[in-house]
Structure formats: structure tokens, C-alpha cells
Design a binder for this molecule. Structure first.
Ligand SMILES: *Cc1c(COP(=O)(O)O)cnc(C)c1O
Length: 428
């Protein structure tokens, strides 16, 4: 082990806390540089990154175009408050987001992270009903196995069992839950699949502000892909019961599922959309909540006449500059064709895992590849096995999954997927 490796590990152990970890995380791998789809560890090793840093780094790391955009903006201004002031990167990015999303979405509220974008969506929905004189409507309906973030409001919308509800108990807002859509991506929708949701809305619509879902792909709650047609009927149901519809596209946005936004699979535009993760190509933390004119005018009519939210680092110019560069870079390439190739590569590479006894399902959609096992993996055992194979894959629960950068070539995807199959075979 190199000196640097040891120093970083020791330093980390002394003062750093990692996500979903005990205060002293055991096995950490120090990264000192990242380039393209490779992570350079603090020793000689390089790993092919199968995670895109949690869906974000869609163009790979250290991309010259994104680097330039941030450096250029840095010399102009790195930050300025957003109350009473505006600036070119915010104006250009808002315009761009309005242009690339369905035409009904006309206004953009920036915030600092995905979870906060969800908080903003919740507050928009609640304040909207206040504005139009129905303040009783303030509960949200989410789906089982949903994941919407880690802050309090967002956490109240995560699956009550697989989420953290029991731990935080009655400190969380009590929301309502409907079953996960039973129709898998390739299956046909049946009216029965929305029966519980329909019953819930019929009984309680007077208290319900909005339904929130991750369109087509439920991410951190189980990497589950469901039939887009479900969303068509969900939207009709919401309209029938005078309930708003919110799509959390934080994981699915910017091409990941093969469409620019997952809602395009269904041709459905909700009232509010949350964006984050790949928004800046993985360069900086930034999120956005988009809404339609109806939401804007309802909130404008509320008691305060203003939407009551405003983060310190709202519309950070550096992050906006990275986002503009990332979106333009994406759209300047034949990205749909690339995603189709990656989808095929992932399918070919992961399909052999189906033969393994511990594997219950293998599924691929766009740039997402999933091997589902019959029991949770032992992370302490599995993480070093992936590193030995030269790849960075971080499973959770029963899921060994990947969402590579769109720039990953077929050879690297093949190395990545065969490492995944090998490791799953080893731990059976
Ligand atoms: C990651 C994620 C969030 C939370 O975003 P953060 O930036 O981690 O706060 C919310 N919703 C979905 C669907 C996500 O995948």
C-alpha cells in the first residue's frame, strides 16, 4: 500500500463521516483523480466507473468542455445572491430547461440538491392549494418503494418500510402510499393496477395536494421499471380528482432511460417536475423544480403573494454554467443512438447472470443495468471483489446495478458487465 493511500485512509477514519455508514467507515478506496470513465485510486490502480457517481457524470470525468465552462464562469463571478438579482447563467439555463421539457412547463425554481428540489415541489403543491382557497389539501400520495431524497419532507415520501420511517417515527409528516405499479416496463397496463390509488383518491381527495412518482424507473427504492402507460392513467385519475401530479425526474432526467426525460415514454406532462443529479453532468450540486402556469398563478394568489423558499446558493452561477455546457454537449451528440448501443451492450453483458442460482432477475433500460439477487449482498465482502476486477460498482440490498457514463465504449461496458457477473457468481 502506498503512503498516500494510508494517509488518506487514516485521515478519513479520524474525522470524516460517509453516507449511510457508521461514524467510522471500514473499507474506503481513496480516489485522487478521475478522467473519462476511470477513477484513479491513490495507488497504481484504475477502476472503470460503473456508477457515474450516482447517475450524475453522464459525460465522464474531467471533460474539457465542462472544465472550460466552469473556468470561464469562475473568472466572471462564482456566486451572487439570487434575491433581487439575476445573472446570465441562470437566465440561460432556465430558458434551456423550459425549451427541452414539454411546453406546459414554463417556470424554473433552482435549488441546491435533489432532495431540496423535492421539498420545493411539496411546498409548491401545498401553497398552490392555499392560493386557490383549498388549504385542506396538503397531504401527498407516494408509491411504495419510492425514493425521493433524505431531507424531512422528501423522506416522508420514501417507502415507509424500506425507507427510514420507523427510525424517525412520528417526527415525519404522515403521507399516503399507493402500491408500486404492478405492470413491469414491457407488460400491459391493466385498470386494476391503479385500483388502490383510485380508492385512495376517491376517499381522501379533499385532503390531498398531489401525487408524486418517479416516472417509469423507481431508482434507489429498488431499480424497478414499470409500464409508461400507467402514467397516462395516473394523470387522468389525478385530473378527475383535482389532485396535482409531480414527477421526480432527478434520477431519470437527461437521457438515462433512453428518452431525454422518462415522462416522454408516456407522453405525459405533470404539473411539477424535479430535476437534479445529471443536470450539471456531475460537476456541481444543482437542482431545479419546474412547474406550469397554473401552479404559478395559484401561488401568486396565495396569502404571501410569493413562493416561500430561497436557498442561499440558489442558481449558483458556476453550477448553472456547468449545467448549460452539459446539456448542450449532450444534445450536440447522437445521444439516443449511443444510449441504444449501451442498452444493447448492458443486455448482452448481464444476460448470462440469469443462469446463476442466486439471481432472480436481470433487467436493462437505456443506460441502467440491474442484476437482482435473492438476498442482500454482504458489502464488506463484495466491494473489494469489484475493485479486484478493476471496476467500481456499489450494490445496495439485493441489487447489483450499473449506470455508466454515456461516453463509455463497448469494450469498457463489456469489462464492467463481466465483472458484475463474475462477482455475483463468486458470492453465490
Ligand atoms: C437521488 C435522488 C433524490 C435526492 O437527490 P439528492 O441530490 O441526493 O438530494 C431524489 N429523488 C430521486 C428519484 C433520486 O434518485
Amino acid at each position: 500500500m502506498s503512503n498516500r493511500w494510508e494517509q488518506l485512509q487514516t485521515g478519513d477514519r479520524e474525522a470524516v463521516w460517509h453516507p449511510y455508514s457508521p461514524s467510522t467507515a471500514k473499507e474506503l478506496f481513496p480516489v485522487i483523480r478521475a478522467e473519462g470513465v476511470r477513477l484513479q485510486l491513490a495507488d497504481e490502480r484504475q477502476l472503470i466507473d460503473g456508477m457515474s457517481s450516482w447517475w450524475c457524470a453522464i459525460h465522464g470525468y474531467n471533460h474539457p468542455v465542462l472544465n472550460d465552462a466552469v473556468k470561464t464562469q469562475l473568472d466572471e463571478m462564482s456566486h451572487v445572491m439570487f434575491g433581487g438579482l439575476t445573472h446570465p447563467p441562470a437566465v440561460a439555463l432556465a430558458r434551456l430547461l423550459v425549451d427541452i421539457t414539454p411546453s406546459e412547463l414554463t417556470r424554473v425554481f433552482f435549488s441546491d440538491s435533489g432532495s431540496v428540489a423535492v421539498e420545493v415541489a411539496i411546498k409548491m403543491a401545498v401553497q398552490f392549494w392555499h392560493g386557490i382557497g383549498k388549504p385542506r389539501k396538503r397531504k401527498l400520495v407516494a408509491l411504495r418503494n419510492a425514493y425521493h431524497g433524505d431531507t424531512y419532507g422528501a423522506m416522508s415520501l420514501c417507502d415507509p418500510v424500506t425507507g427510514m420511517h420507523h427510525l424517525f417515527g412520528d417526527t415525519l409528516t404522515q403521507q399516503l402510499f399507493a402500491p408500486q405499479p404492478a405492470c413491469r416496463f414491457e407488460e400491459k397496463y391493466d385498470a386494476q393496477h391503479l385500483q388502490s390509488m383510485s380508492d385512495l383518491l376517491t376517499a381522501q381527495a379533499d385532503d390531498i395536494a398531489a401525487v408524486i412518482v418517479e416516472p417509469v424507473v423507481q431508482g434507489a427504492g429498488g431499480m424497478y421499471f414499470y409500464a409508461p402507460e400507467y402514467l397516462v392513467h395516473l394523470q387522468a385519475l389525478c385530473a378527475q380528482h383535482d389532485v396535482l401530479l409531480i414527477f421526480d425526474e432527478i434520477a431519470t432526467g437527461f437521457g438515462r432511460t433512453g428518452k431525454l426525460f422518462a415522462m416522454e415514454h408516456a407522453g405525459v406532462t405533470p404539473d411539477i417536475v424535479c430535476l437534479g443529479k445529471a443536470l450539471t453532468g456531475g460537476y456541481m450540486t444543482l437542482a431545479a423544480t419546474l412547474c406550469n402556469d397554473k401552479i404559478c398563478s395559484g401561488i401568486d394568489r396565495s396569502e404571501t403573494g410569493a413562493f416561500m423558499h430561497g436557498p442561499t446558493f440558489m442558481a449558483n452561477p458556476l453550477a448553472c454554467a456547468a449545467a448549460i455546457a452539459s446539456i448542450k454537449l449532450l444534445l450536440s451528440h447522437p445521444w439516443q443512438r449511443r444510449l441504444k448501443e449501451i442498452e444493447k451492450n448492458l443486455f448482452d453483458g448481464l444476460e448470462p447472470a440469469r443462469e446463476l442460482g442466486s439471481v432472480t432477475d436481470v433487467r436493462v433500460l437505456g443506460g441502467i443495468g440491474v442484476i437482482e439477487l435473492n438476498s442482500p449482498v454482504d458489502m464488506a465482502k463484495v466491494q473489494p471483489l469489484f475493485v479486484e476486477q478493476g471496476v467500481w460498482v456499489r450494490p445496495f440490498g439485493k441489487l447489483v446495478y450499473t449506470m455508466p457514463a454515456y461516453v463509455m465504449n463497448s469494450d469498457d461496458v463489456a469489462t464492467l458487465t463481466s465483472a458484475m457477473v463474475n462477482v455475483v457468481a463468486q458470492i453465490q
